[in-house]
Design a protein around this ligand. Structure first.
Ligand code: FAD
Ligand code: SF4
Ligand code: SF4
Length: 480
């Protein structure tokens, strides 16, 4: 009888791919985890107990068929495993790297409690990186051209996932983005130590090979109005993400050296890709030799502190108003940051930025957690008379993002928005208040995750296809 390759979680320990030592990895912006080598990936996949009701899959936003591709991996049938994993995910190697697996698939793996979860994300990354190396990743060419065209505004993961699906169905797909590169926050938000830029660039090249047409440095609202694009295309997808930085109205907020997170991260990402950024060279957007204080407890704050360490900051502190257990960012990223020398000051909220023209310190109150609010989270309360000054030459505010005012920006006042400014869509069709204009990703959900943006992009492509089919059948579509 053939040996069963699965259910090895009792005899086989959980093993992650090797992680570079902290003092080595802070010297550059390269990824910190190595790839699995095949025997380890096979061994680790074989720890899966092949659950009848796989909670890993239930908690994966893409409902990835995890048990089946783990089994194929354990059996060494890597190409089949890859084919299965990419059938539900437009960028498995990206998700394998940056999904907060501890809150999604792995955090819900049934063997987690006593034996540590199956390392699902690392196997997913291994499979797709292997597929790229072996040439198994191919552009999804359409079988025939439909003769209708679609405009996608925003080349982040939501727009790219939709573009790939729509092009595969035979639509002419044009993607417009105000940035000079494809990828949205995968390029200009998330630093290379979590996701190397080559991983994103090869996806952009694949889409080009598929026939998707990119129009970069093209800001809708400036270079064309929404109406112009509606005239040109049979349907439009808005996937512009959320970029308006949340702020704190505190004394000293206008001092030099107090920056929003995206300004800081975008400059660093540009420099890591070889661009010249004068404000980086002048020191304005560079943490080198500075005492840095980052305010916030989400993914963005974690990326800022770890970027500052790599730029050669003298010290890096992260101030967060709740405690470690109640922070929104991934615990894995906190651990990585701590290993790299970041000091976390939990239960601490800024009261004022101090300095004369230029920031020199952050005055912060100590906090305690009070009664839960309507969402169930404990509300942070100030401990009176507890303020502390943290010396700082650079303060980075990472307090979250809200949507820009799209109806105003796009010259489309009839575009309906929620009270948070996100686009309102019909929850079944993902269509906005404008006929033939759909929306997906963070601009609908608010700041979220890459894996949800991919899910939304794939779903909206199906809805746009249904809409366009009906329009063509009724003889109402424009011929391209
Ligand atoms: P985006 O990725 O924001 O893409 C939107 C695109 O639209 C951009 O390219 C933008 O230039 C373009 N655009 C906007 N307005 C216009 C216009 N008027 N005209 C033309 N183009 C326009 N998620 C994770 O899952 N894991 C992580 O580790 C993680 N880390 C993060 C770190 C940071 C610093 C940030 C900010 C976010 C992080 N996220 C992470 C969240 C994740 O990046 C987003 O949820 C995801 O990128 C949203 O995808 P999207 O396609 O909706 O929008
Ligand atoms: Fe886990 Fe994310 Fe992959 Fe789903 S997409 S299996 S949540 S790593
Ligand atoms: Fe395998 Fe864990 Fe998923 Fe069960 S929950 S199928 S053990 S990965």
């Amino acid at each position: 009888m053939a040996e069963n390759k699965m259910l090895k979680f009792v005899s086989r320990e959980q093993e992650m791919p090797a992680k570079r030592a902290a003092d080595d990895r802070v010297k550059d912006f390269g990824e910190i985890y190595a790839n699995f080598v095949q025997p380890s990936a096979q061994d680790q996949a074989g720890r899966c107990s092949q659950c009848g009701i796989p909670f890993c899959q239930v908690h994966c936003p893409l409902s990835n068929n995890i048990p089946d591709w783990l089994k194929l991996t354990a059996e060494g049938r890597l190409q089949e495993a890859y084919e299965l994993s990419q059938a539900t995910n437009s960028m498995p190697e990206v998700c394998g790297r940056i999904c907060p697996q501890d809150r999604l698939c792995e955090g819900n793996c049934v063997i987690e409690k006593d034996f540590n979860s199956v390392t699902i994300g690392s196997v997913e990354k291994f499979l797709t990186d292997t597929a790229w190396e072996k040439g198994w990743v191919k552009p999804r060419l359409p079988r025939k051209e439909i003769g209708l065209s679609v405009g996608v505004i925003g080349a982040g993961p939501a727009g790219l996932a939709a573009a790939e699906m729509l092009r595969a169905k035979g639509y002419e797909v044009h993607v417009y983005d105000r940035y000079d590169r494809v990828g949205g926050l995968l390029i200009y938000g998330i630093p290379g130590f979590k996701l190397e830029k080559t991983v994103v660039n090869r996806r952009a090249e694949l889409l080009e090979a598929q026939g998707v047409k990119f129009h970069l440095n093209f800001a809708v609202g400036t270079d064309a109005s929404l109406d112009d694009l509606r005239e040109k295309h049979d349907a439009i997808l808005i996937s512009t993400g959320v970029y308006k930085a949340r702020d704190v109205a505190l004394p000293g907020a206008g001092l030099d050296g107090v920056l929003p997170a995206m300004t800081y991260l975008t400059a660093s990402n540009k420099v890591s890709m070889g661009d010249k950024v004068p404000e980086y060279e002048s020191g304005e957007l560079n943490a080198n030799g500075k005492h840095v204080v980052v305010i916030g407890g989400g993914d963005t704050a974690m990326d800022c502190v770890r970027t500052a360490v790599r730029q050669g900051a003298k010290s890096v502190k992260c101030l967060y108003r709740r405690d470690k257990e109640n922070m929104p960012g991934s615990q894995r990223e906190v651990k990585n940051a701590e290993e790299e020398g970041v000091e976390f000051v939990w239960l601490s909220a800024p009261q004022a930025f101090l300095g004369d023209g230029k920031v020199t310190a952050v005055k912060a109150n100590r906090m305690r957690l009070g009664l839960p609010d309507s969402s169930g989270r404990q509300t942070p309360e100030v401990i009176e008379g507890s303020s502390v000054n943290h010396p700082a030459d650079l303060v980075i505010k990472a307090l979250g993002f809200d949507p820009e005012e799209l109806p105003l920006m796009f010259g489309a006042p009839e575009l309906a928005v929620s009270r948070w400014g996100t686009l309102k869509v019909d929850f079944r069709t993902q269509m906005t208040s404008l006929d033939g204009v759909f929306a997906a990703g963070d601009i609908v959900r608010g700041a979220s995750l890459v894996v949800w943006a991919i899910r939304d992009g794939r779903d909206v492509a199906d809805q746009m296809h249904l809409y366009l089919k009906a329009k063509a059948e009724a003889g109402l579509a424009k011929a391209s």
